[in-house]
Design a protein around this ligand. Structure first.
Ligand code: SAM
Length: 278
């Protein structure tokens, strides 16, 4: 009798096909909650893709970091047109979210090392999954790394020309100068991190700690891409930069749009001029 539930033991005793179990499994799948995640493929000009597992809600798990924002797409477009900025250099990304900009840069601009960072545990987990999804294997941070035998490291570098990728749990409000010194960034990038007056001061505090990164080093180059939703918030960011002596200039927009946007976004990329304390 197909419609009548039977126990597995009954099936075994009759040697009947387990149709009822199949019906139950199907009913279970149909009743499952609608998934809140999706996979997106972003086609790069090289023909490669960036594949990301993203949230379908703009804010989920109490964070804005589980989706890709327009500023991240714009920053990646600009990076691809200016790959020399990143080639063979160590890049630190602030507020990486789920990783679009960094993964696109790693696939197209040949950085020496790329440090993704964020403060939110769900975001860091999703970010790490997405990095792996794109064929990269994140390494431990420099301070936590167990030194390898020199010969092993040479052999590894020779056989693995990919950039070294790291994921750092880094909160702008509490990061120390020592931690930033360990990371040794030549270039710092961030997309859509100027959206809330409350976090702007923490971000500026971090930028100040980047200036004296070592007696014999220039401060890193810093590029911040922002969607200007509320001009007051953006002006506050610029005013706070001025207060601590950080200059800025607007970088010309990328000449072509590579990724699809619903509406052309109001994104501006600033290059920040950190004071040289040496
Ligand atoms: C609007 S999302 C942008 C994500 C990604 N850059 C993009 O454009 O798609 C802002 C990101 O900044 C991170 N963030 C906010 N405050 C932070 C803080 N104090 N320290 C580190 N990351 C922070 C959030 O967790 C989130 O991932």
């Amino acid at each position: 009798m197909p419609g009548r539930p039977r126990s597995p033991a009954q099936h075994e005793s009759t040697a009947a096909e387990p149709l009822d179990e199949l019906y139950e499994a199907l009913a279970g799948i149909l009743n499952e909650e609608e998934s809140t995640r999706c996979y997106k493929n972003y086609l790069l000009p090289t023909g490669e893709c960036v594949t990301l597992s993203e949230s379908m809600a703009i804010i989920s798990g109490g964070t804005t970091g589980l989706v890709t924002w327009d500023a991240a797409l714009r920053l990646a477009e600009w990076a691809m047109e200016n790959s020399a900025v990143f080639g063979d250099r160590t890049v630190l990304e602030l507020g990486s979210g789920i990783g679009f900009t960094g993964i696109a840069i790693c696939k197209t601009c040949s950085p020496k090392a790329y440090v993704f960072s964020d403060c939110h545990p769900h975001v860091l987990k999703q970010l790490t999954e997405n990095i792996r999804l794109n064929g990269f294997v994140p390494e431990p941070e420099p301070a936590h790394r167990i030194p390898a035998e020199p010969r092993g490291r040479d052999a590894e570098a020779a056989s693995c020309p990919k950039p070294k990728l790291m994921v750092a749990a880094l909160d702008w409000g509490s990061v120390t100068e020592e931690r930033l010194l360990d990371l040794q960034p030549d270039v710092v990038v961030a997309a859509d991190v100027v959206y809330d007056p409350e976090i702007i001061l923490a971000l500026i505090g971090l930028l100040q700690k980047l200036s004296p990164l070592g007696a014999d080093r220039k401060p890193p180059e810093v590029y911040v891409a922002s969607t200007i939703r509320n001009p007051d918030t953006y002006r506050l960011f610029q005013a706070e930069l001025a207060k601590v002596g950080i200059g800025w200039q607007i970088i010309p927009a990328p000449s072509s749009s590579i990724f699809l946007y619903d509406v052309q976004p109001n994104v501006t990329i600033l290059q920040l001029d950190l004071p040289n304390t040496t």
